[in-house]
Ligand binder design. Structure first.
Ligand code: NAD
Length: 310
């Protein structure tokens, strides 16, 4: 069972789980996801999509081996427009998905986030770092809901013995991202492919590490199959500045867009990079897709999604 299965990461995850021979039930209220993301799976008898808000209770017939909780709007553009839904899906949604895992005796995987580290004071961030989060800022609805989701998960693990796993996902990109979700990769590709100016926030020296979605999904399954409930960072190690990324995307897309600078949004983290020692040593996981390759594959998707012919 995959909550958020019609989202960007969730749909890739459903595809991979079906390839692994599982039956997959995706539960999604389509608030930021889309039926189009799972259209290629609809004819597979092993795949079912249930339209449902997981912040409300749900009963599922039959056996469930795994509950993968990926439902949550994840883009900063969603934070001001749906802060209550975001808090609810991180808290109540997690509670209901944990309840389902408990009732079914299923292993539970939480899709947590690097946002639990907030604007970190430690670089790179190991799982042992507790974070630097502003609970009342514009990102608080997401960051604190995910921190609560982790606390809920450990509470169910300790109090009810639910077999839980937590992955902390760092910035991920690839095909099926929403073209208008406000995150840096869709922004830059849209601007580069339509000839609009590419907007870099601040002076562009803030960095991100960007993981291609195929690597991320491999990491999710490694965490799921992993040995213990400790959180595991899953993300790319290589850091790129936002100005460098604008230049790379401009080049990959063969764009003549100019690069312009805009004020940095409030609470925008200056730097984020995972320490992935645990993923490497405990799970044997490392990203394998280079940024050049990942961006080339993503370019093809954005060209089609934006119907740009070049
Ligand atoms: N994309 C990233 O870089 C990233 C980084 C860190 C963490 N994550 C986490 O990974 C998960 C997936 O993120 P994504 O980038 O694919 O986002 P997404 O918005 O594409 O996918 C989220 C899915 O959850 C669904 N959803 C939201 N609220 C729901 C609810 N109450 N009930 C049922 N379905 C609901 C949405 O409709 C959507 O299909 C999220 O939990 C997110 O917090 C993503």
């Amino acid at each position: 069972m995959v909550s958020g299965g019609a989202g960007f990461i969730g749909s890739h995850l459903c595809t991979r789980l079906l390839e692994r021979g599982h039956e997959v039930v995706a539960i999604d209220n389509l608030v930021t996801g889309s039926v189009a993301n799972v259209r290629h799976l609809r004819s597979d008898p092993a795949f079912t999509l249930i339209e449902h808000d997981v912040s409300q209770p749900i009963q599922i017939e039959g056996e469930v081996d795994y509950v993968l909780h990926f439902a949550s709007p994840a883009s900063p553009i969603d934070f001001p427009s749906m802060p209550i839904q975001i808090v609810k899906v991180g808290t109540l949604g997690t509670y209901h998905m944990l309840g389902l895992a408990l009732a079914k005796g299923a292993r539970f995987l939480l899709a947590s986030t690097s946002e639990v580290y907030g604007d970190p004071l430690v670089h790179p961030q190991p799982e042992s770092y507790w974070g630097n989060v502003n609970p009342i800022g514009p990102r608080g609805c997401y960051d604190e809901a995910k921190r609560c989701a982790e606390a809920f998960t450990m509470a169910y693990n300790r109090a009810h013995g639910v077999d839980t796993r937590i992955m902390r996902i760092f910035n991920t990109y690839g095909p099926l991202m929403r073209t208008d979700d406000g995150r840096v990769i869709p922004n830059y590709f849209r601007q580069a492919l339509t000839g609009a100016p590419i907007t870099v926030y601040g002076d562009g020296t803030q960095t991100r590490s960007l993981c291609y979605v195929d690597d991320l999904v491999t990491g999710a399954l490694a965490v799921l199959d992993g040995p213990d409930p400790r959180p595991v960072n899953i993300g790319a190690q290589d850091e790129v500045t936002m100005l460098e990324l604008a230049q790379i995307i401009k080049r990959v897309a063969g764009s003549s867009s100019e690069i312009v600078f805009r004020p940095l949004p409030e609470d925008d983290p200056k730097q984020r990079r995972p320490d992935t020692t645990r993923a490497r040593e405990v799970l044997g996981w490392e990203p394998t897709v280079s940024m050049e390759d990942g961006l080339a594959r993503t370019l093809e998707y954005f060209k089609t999604a934006l119907s740009v012919t070049r």
